[in-house]
Design a protein around this ligand. Structure first.
Ligand SMILES: [Zn+2]
Ligand SMILES: [Zn+2]
Ligand SMILES: [Zn+2]
Length: 273
């Protein structure tokens, strides 16, 4: 399976164009992997998770054929993940030569946002909507998914996804702090080939941070995976969704995680499972 990291920043982007903090200034000066757009991942060119404000740039810069995407999963409606206005570009009259509806999966707020933004005439023509519930498995056109509960925004049922495709199992784990107990209980006894985790924070000395994970929380998750035998023998952990507020640049994250065999995502990174 091809896992293509199109964007790897938290909400503000890295650097935040409005910010003069040291991390943003250094990122601007050094460039390369320090320049991060908002988080998004594409699987096998057909399944996309989240649709950030940088989607247009991702499609052009990474030469992505978005007409191949059949399923779109939303984790939650924060503005760095949910930018439904740009889906307007897929309606009849704007986009030509495509016949299939894009199947979209998300919580009730996602469904409401899509209905408010996109014309009703396009339902089942260019878009098909599927509200999902925590821990209720769904077969999409491309994968089997089980939405899991995140610990993120108390005003929304934010979701993570356990994704199964061609014998591989992926945990799509952002945005979230230390997983809620129900999610841990669901994961026990299951296997993961790749866990993509939220590393918005830097060093916080908090092993179970709320809302987002930090380096210490990621390491605690890795230990819990080992204790519960959740990660496959050749299983990988990749961290993403980085914030300038961490004060850390790409190489700093690499140094922090390398001893533990955890990979640090960057914009454009492709991993094959
Ligand atoms: Zn986010
Ligand atoms: Zn900054
Ligand atoms: Zn969020």
């Amino acid at each position: 399976m091809k896992v293509h990291f199109l964007g790897t920043a938290a909400a503000e982007g890295f650097p935040n164009p409005f910010c003069l903090c040291e991390a943003c200034q250094k990122a601007r000066y050094l460039g390369g992997r320090n320049i991060r757009s908002r988080t998004s991942v594409l699987f096998d060119d057909v399944l996309k998770v989240d649709f950030p404000p940088d989607f247009y740039y991702h499609a052009i810069y990474h030469n992505i054929d978005l007409t191949l995407v059949k399923d779109l999963l939303f984790t939650h409606t924060h503005y760095d993940h949910f930018n439904p206005g740009d889906l307007f570009n897929r309606i009849e009259g704007f986009a030509h030569g495509i016949e299939h509806p894009l199947h979209i999966y998300g919580n009730d707020l996602v469904m409401q946002g899509l209905h408010k933004t996109l014309p009703a005439s396009q339902e089942n023509r260019r878009f098909a909507y599927h509200r999902v519930l925590p821990f209720k498995e769904v077969e999409t056109q491309t994968v089997k998914i089980t939405p899991l509960l995140a610990d993120h925004d108390p005003m929304e049922t934010c979701l993570l996804y356990y994704i199964e495709r061609n014998g591989k199992r992926i945990l799509y784990g952002n945005d979230t702090g230390w997983f809620p107990e129900d999610t841990w209980n669901w994961l026990k006894g299951r296997k993961i080939d790749l866990a993509i985790l939220d590393c918005t924070g830097g060093f916080h000395a908090n092993k179970r941070s709320r809302n987002h994970m930090c380096i210490e929380t990621i390491l605690e998750v890795q230990q819990a995976f080992q204790q519960e035998d959740i990660l496959e023998d050749n299983g990988q952990i990749i961290v993403t969704h980085f914030s300038h507020n961490s004060g850390l640049l790409h190489e700093d994250f690499v140094k922090a995680f390398q001893p533990y065999g955890i990979q640090v995502a960057y914009d454009g990174m492709i991993v094959t499972l």
